[in-house]
Design a binder for this molecule. Structure first.
Ligand code: AMP
Length: 440
């Protein structure tokens, strides 16, 4: 290495960011598939909002005093003087889009889901990154408690179907009607215990006393344990709403517990709040896999007409880590119909066009054109789970034929090259029928 080169600083990953490497993508694909498979039957439509928004969106929507906005946001001023931020969460962006695109005028509620990266300048550690991905579901335009229960069930069932059994910790944090009164009660309680609170909680006491329930400090936790509980201070309509949500959860066989410490950190939440924990995580007091809640005031805060809403978000990295920890097996895709193997210069050329014409017909295919040995190619076909391999060699080119190999039995037959498509279709149909019979 030249001395000039070695003096250059090494370019590496930015702190708190992660590469999702090819070997891990099976988990990510599987998670996305599960998200889609629950979203569409429940009539959620996908929405993608930009990663960059005006900083004011988050200041106003999420709350200027929250840690998320005051400490963790990546904010910058553009060359044109705009004050922008990388989104720390996606709900505010979805609601902005709902208002801006007149979704208020669609039949309500509007059901949306998203998958995308979020950015928080927090202290990186295992399972906590500065760029991380979330998928989230939002139902905007209806305050029926059945929707809270359905979203809780969807968040619980997605994780369950990914092999992760959780318990839903659910709470109600009241609304504008009863929360101010409750805040007075706990402010008084915490002020009386001020001398034992940590520095962060002392400032939370004035700005957002509910957040003291979130504190990981042991002393603060033991004070919080004795604090008056919000469930005992809800107004009648919040109480009824919450009881109805819980009633539906009983009906749906969801494993849940009532947890007065689930307060969610952001200003926009009201009424139902929940987080999802595996048993170990809760014991070790590590973070949740996901969480959600009602946000009945957010549409109005961001300039729309008063519109109730509820939603949740789950962190993909944490789900992947959990799936690896639990050794969840990802089902192998059984969809590869044909692998195309070639031997010799002429057959490679022909394989290129054969591949394209079969791809256009809709067959699922794989190839490794740069490989020369047949054994190598058959090994790959086997690993990928191909049902059949087409083998094109010099002899087959000369005879106008191609060999078709059944990868399960190893039986090979020579077929007319011009009849390749029909012969494949015939065999795939027989293959399918055999599998159906086996299943029965
Ligand atoms: P929140 O929006 O804070 O309720 O987070 C919802 C979920 O997103 C959490 O339960 C985590 O799974 C995930 N999450 C939040 N912050 C981070 C982070 N810094 N790194 C990785 N995942 C995160």
């Amino acid at each position: 290495m030249s001395s000039k080169k070695s003096k250059k600083s090494k370019i590496q990953l930015v702190k708190g960011m992660r590469d999702v490497l090819p070997d891990d993508q099976v988990y990510w694909d599987y998670i996305r598939e599960k998200v889609f498979s629950l979203a569409y039957p429940y009539s959620f439509k996908r929405i993608d909002t930009p990663i960059v928004e005006f900083t004011n969106l988050f200041k106003r929507g999420v709350g200027e005093e929250t840690d998320l906005v005051s400490k963790e946001m990546y904010s910058f001023v553009t060359q044109g003087g705009d004050k922008l931020s990388l989104r720390p969460e996606n709900t505010a962006g979805v609601v902005r889009s709902y208002i801006e695109h007149g979704m208020l005028n669609l039949p309500q509620p509007v059901k949306l889901f998203y998958i995308g990266p979020q950015f928080r300048h927090d202290n990186p550690q295992a399972g906590r990154y500065r760029q991380f991905w979330q998928f989230g579901f939002e139902i905007i335009g209806d305050d029926d408690p059945i929707l809270d229960a359905q979203l809780i069930a969807i968040s619980y069932n997605i994780l369950k179907e990914l092999g992760i059994n959780t318990e839903v910790h659910v709470n109600s944090i009241g609304d504008d009607n009863c929360r101010p009164q409750y805040l007075k009660v706990i402010k008084k309680y915490y002020s009386d215990n001020k001398k034992d609170l940590c520095k962060d909680c002392l400032s939370r006491l004035n700005q957002n006393p509910l957040r003291i329930f979130d504190c990981k400090n042991k002393k603060c936790q033991s004070i919080a344990e004795q604090a008056p509980q919000i469930l005992d201070n809800l107004c009648d309509s919040c109480k009824e709403h919450f009881m109805t949500v819980v009633d539906y959860l009983d009906e749906m066989d969801i494993k849940y517990s009532l947890d007065p410490y689930i307060v969610r950190g952001l200003d926009y939440y009201s009424r139902t709040a929940w987080e999802l924990f595996t048993e170990n995580d809760k014991e070790e007091k590590t973070s949740a896999l996901g969480g959600g809640g009602r946000y009945d005031g957010l549409v109005e805060t961001l300039g729309g007409r008063p519109t109730p809403a509820v939603g949740f978000a789950i962190g993909i990295e944490r789900v992947v880590i959990k799936m690896m920890e639990l050794k969840v097996e990802i089902p192998k895709s059984k969809n590869l119909d044909i692998y195309i193997a070639q031997l010799g210069a002429e057959s490679r050329k022909k394989a290129l066009t054969l591949f394209e014409s079969l791809r256009k017909e809709g067959f699922s295919l794989a190839e490794n054109m740069s490989k020369r040995g047949l054994k190598d190619q058959l090994d790959i076909a086997d690993k990928k789970g191909a049902k059949y391999t087409l083998i094109l060699g010099q002899k087959e080119i000369a005879d106008g034929t191609v060999i078709i190999r059944d990868m399960e039995s190893g039986v090979q037959e020579v077929i007319d090259f011009n009849k390749t498509k029909t012969e494949i279709r015939k065999r795939l149909a027989t293959h399918e029928a055999k599998n159906l019979k086996l299943k029965k």
